[in-house]
Ligand binder design. Structure first.
Ligand code: TXA
Ligand code: MG
Length: 309
């Protein structure tokens, strides 16, 4: 439950959205930079503030699965309804064809839209009071590490954006994205809802995007990157590699967490941000096993380690 003082903050956030301005919102995955999803002008401010290319589509966040029919074109695929009922509120974005209520600016002109119901009490209450949908990418500058605390968002935008503080994010990596407009259905981005869980609900196999360049537009190779260079190593090479780099005067931070994968996911972006604050040149990371939630962590680590433009 949220505190009485949150009530005022939610009302302020709703008023700000109604005025066509941006609000940073907490979700269970990462903080989002939100605007009224039905307003071209409001949505344009997201792209300007993030420095994000306008062709990269945004996710629309809604209050419940019952709202899906407002934002999706009919007929809504039965698979989308099944997945929404099974996993919402929760870290799953479902791609459907969009209704005319979705601003074209949200989808970069595409006729499909990604939709999800975030699992955070403050943002769910915000969405109910707003009585609309909000388009929200992660609340970071383009190509940077996603924020998992209100403080991260303030640091990212120098305090220029109103932030609804919902505490640290529980999951820590972005939602799973599943496209229900294609056959077979395909998971475009791994997240806390696994492909196996999706298959269990649908009772049939789904495709997974292969490693490498993603089919989801805007998911470039070098996403989620700190200033430091990220190198992936196995546990046995971690120490020798760190020693070799340090001998050259390189400032090295190592990530070799002896923690459960849930904790790895929740902490990863915080660790990358901390490495930048500490002035690291190189982050050496030992990835978790590439399965379940670990697949999402591995995906983000590969992108953080990917070639920079
Ligand atoms: O957990 C999350 O999903 C967070 C929180 C704030 O909800 N949001 C998030 O948004 O990660 P963003 O903008 O950083 O990533 C959204 C990605 C896009 O880069 C794109 O790859 C994919 O979602 N996407 C959105 N709409 C799409 C569409 N119509 N077709 C294909 N991919 C789409
Ligand atoms: Mg992002």
């Amino acid at each position: 439950m949220h505190r009485a003082t949150d009530d005022r903050a939610i009302d302020d956030a709703v008023a700000t959205l109604r005025a066509g301005e941006l609000v940073a919102i907490p979700t269970e995955t990462v903080y989002g930079l939100a605007a009224d999803a039905s307003s071209d002008q409001a949505v344009a401010k997201i792209f300007a503030t993030k420095g994000r290319p306008t062709g990269h589509p945004l996710i629309v966040h809604i209050a419940s699965v019952d709202e899906l029919s407002r934002w999706a074109a009919t007929p809504i695929p039965e698979t989308a309804m099944q997945l929404g009922r099974a996993f919402w509120p929760g870290p799953l974005t479902i791609i459907v064809r969009r209704s005319s209520l979705v601003s074209a600016a949200v989808t970069g002109g595409r006729d499909t839209v990604g939709i999800r119901v975030p699992d955070h009490p403050l943002t769910l209450e915000l969405l109910r009071r707003f009585d609309g949908g909000v388009a929200a990418p992660s609340a970071n500058r383009f190509g940077r590490v996603s924020p998992t605390t209100a403080h991260d968002v303030e640091a990212e935008f120098d305090g220029h954006v109103l932030v609804l503080d919902g505490g640290p994010c529980r999951v820590g990596v972005e939602s799973t994205i599943v496209d229900t407009t294609v056959e077979p259905i395909v998971v475009l981005r791994p997240g806390a809802v696994t492909a196996e869980q999706i298959e269990a609900v649908l009772g049939r196999p789904v495709e997974r995007t292969a490693q490498g360049p993603s089919r989801a537009p805007g998911m470039l190779a070098s996403h989620y990157a700190p200033n430091a260079t990220v190198e992936l190593v196995d546990a046995a090479t971690l120490e020798p590699r760190a020693e070799a780099l340090r001998a050259d005067g390189t400032r090295v931070v190592t990530i070799h967490p002896h923690v459960a994968v849930e904790e790895y996911a929740r902490s990863l972006y915080g660790w990358l941000r901390a490495a930048d604050r500490d002035g690291a040149d190189v982050v050496l990371a030992v990835p978790p096993a590439d399965e379940g939630l670990g697949a999402a962590v591995c995906d983000r680590l590969r992108k953080a380690a990917g070639p920079r433009s």
